[in-house]
Each structure stands twice: as C-alpha cells, then as structure tokens.
Ligand binder design. Sequence first.
Ligand code: AMP
Length: 362
Amino acid sequence: MKTIPPGSTIGILGGGQLGRMTALAAARLGYRCHIYASEADPPAALVAAAHTEAGFDDAAALDRFAQAVDVVTLEWENVPAWTVERLAERVPVRPGAGVLAVCQERVAEKRFVAGLGIGVTRFAPVPDERALPGAIAEAGLPAVMKTTRLGYDGKGQTALRDAAGAGEALDRIGGGPAILEAMVDFAFEFSVVTVRGLDGSVASFDPVENRHANHVLAETLAPAPITAAQRVEAVRIAERIAVALDLVGVLGVEMFLARDGRILVNELAPRPHNSGHWTMDACACCQFEQLVRAVCGLPLGSTTRHHDAIMTNLLGDDVLGWPAILAEPGARLHLYGKAEARPGRKMGHVNRLFPIGQRPDR
Ligand code: AMP
C-alpha cells in the first residue's frame, strides 16, 4: 500500500462545494488540489492550486490532468465510466469505477444493497412503458417513480398513486428507464456517513436526522433520535455496504426509519455528503479530511462527536442572513463563494453547536 504524502497533488473531478471543502481540508494537511470541471470559476477552483476547465469527454485534457496529479477522487458520483477508466489507466482513482457503476444506477444500487440482505423498499425496474403493469404489481401502490440515472434533490422523480396515472408519470420523468419504489411510510429520514481507508479500515460518524424542504435537504440534526440498538444497526449497514463495494473514500448512506421500526436504505453517495457537513465543526476529524486521508492512504481520523449540532443549508437568498449568523455565539458559517444566489441553490451552510445532550428540541 503506497502512501501519497503531504505535498502531493490530489485531483478532484467536479468543482462544487463538496470539492471546495475537500480542497480546504487537503490544504490543511499540506496537499495541493487540482480541480477538473467544465465551468469557468467553480467554487472548488477558487481555493485550489490548479484548475482544468474541460469536459469529462476531453481525452487530451484528461491525460494532462492524470499527468499532473498523484491520485484522483470525485465530488460528483455521475462522472462517466469512460472518464474514470481513462484516468485509472494512468493514476489511482478512489473511489473506483466499480463503486460508481453501482451508485450511478438506481436499480443496480437497490439490487446491490438488497443482495447484502439489507432492507430496501419494494422496487421494480421500469425499462419502458410496457413494463409498467408488472412493475406496479411487484412494487405496489402508492409508489415513487424515479429515473434510474442522474436524479438528485427530488429531480427526475414523481409520486404514483393509481395505476391509471402511470403512463403519464413515466412521461413526466422522461419516459424511462425508471425504477418504481413502494412509497415508504417513514417516521423520519436519517443517514450515516462512513469512511473506508486504503488499508480497509472503516469508521463512521454518528447517524443524523435529515429534514427536507421541497425535496432539498434543509437541516441535519446530529445525532439522530434513534435508539442505541438502531444506531448500531445503521452503522453496521453503512459499513457493510462500504466494505462490499470495496470503497476507498467516503460514503453517504441515506436511510428511512419506517414507522414499523425497520431501517431501509434509500440511496448511496460515494463522496462527502451534505448530511455530513455538521462534522466540520462537531467532530474530531470531518468528512472532508477523512476523504483526503482515505484516498492518500493515511490513517483515518477519529469520527468522535464532541458537540451535538444542527446543520442548516443556506439556499438562495438565505445567504443574505450571514451578518446575523456571524453575530450568533455557537454558530459556524460556511459559504461556498458562489456569485449568484439563484432560488434553491446551495450557497452555504451554518453549523450550530450544542454541548452533548443539550440540543434544543425542534
Ligand atoms: P432520492 O433522490 O432517492 O434521495 O429521493 C429524494 C427524497 O424523496 C427522499 O429524501 C425522500 O424524502 C423522498 N423519497 C424518495 N424515495 C422514497 C420512497 N420510496 N418512499 C418515500 N419517500 C421517498
């Protein structure tokens, strides 16, 4: 196992806030980051040593990038397989193509998780309209229909309550291929962020509750209000998935706590996760530093929570509230350097810290 020492250059595919916070954590440990993204001034490039502005299909740019970096990681799981394979011939890519193949396609992802004996909601693939009756029979109604690829923050998904509306629902999300998932009657949504090192060591942050508004994460509450037994089970699930994927890096595992008490896995994200932002201020070593440590073959840091926390996303104009947040004791502000505050756009977040056990009820 080869360590990639401080002073080396980490290539990051994607230039958003996750890449930015990874680059900041990398800089703290003496690494340089080189951002590969198609936009002109992406948030990550503003805090990185180098930026390649090129598309994921630009072979010459990818080859130059591979030459310039010691290891590649990613902040967006939908990087095309071709891109990752081309880079991987020249430089280690962590997490690798096999992980992405599972996490880029919802049917493959659900089958993978279910194949480990871990709970997921009933589901059925919908390759095209003809598959709808069979899929409805298999998954049941009400259901959620989602595109198999590239959906996020509720985009590319729609609720289905009766069979008569199925064709129209499929059209609304592009006509297929899709996945039909039985709608989960959940008490709340929560997640576990797990990290796995190059040597196979695994560590997890405490499970946290996630509250959404308009399908976008609004707040994360750390820790989640679950029992000790549920906490153990949730962490075991996330770590089993990370090991089975042979992941090197960070994995966000989104889960439902169903009203009947079952834990069901909803979605995997093989990168730092929005529900892990609280770890920047409330844990010994945050998810971004853990990613740097994992991909560089360093020992993982401690995931111990030293404060309880509420992480609030600053979406669109919320960011204008920064002066009041700065004036608040116990609030830690993180802004992403995005110029334009479009409605719903993730502009930053704030972590509010509380002594363990003293987080206010909400
Ligand atoms: P996803 O893109 O899969 O993370 O879904 C976005 C959000 O839609 C989730 O955070 C849930 O709030 C909701 N959702 C997704 N799938 C289901 C489901 N099978 N049952 C109930 N709610 C769901």
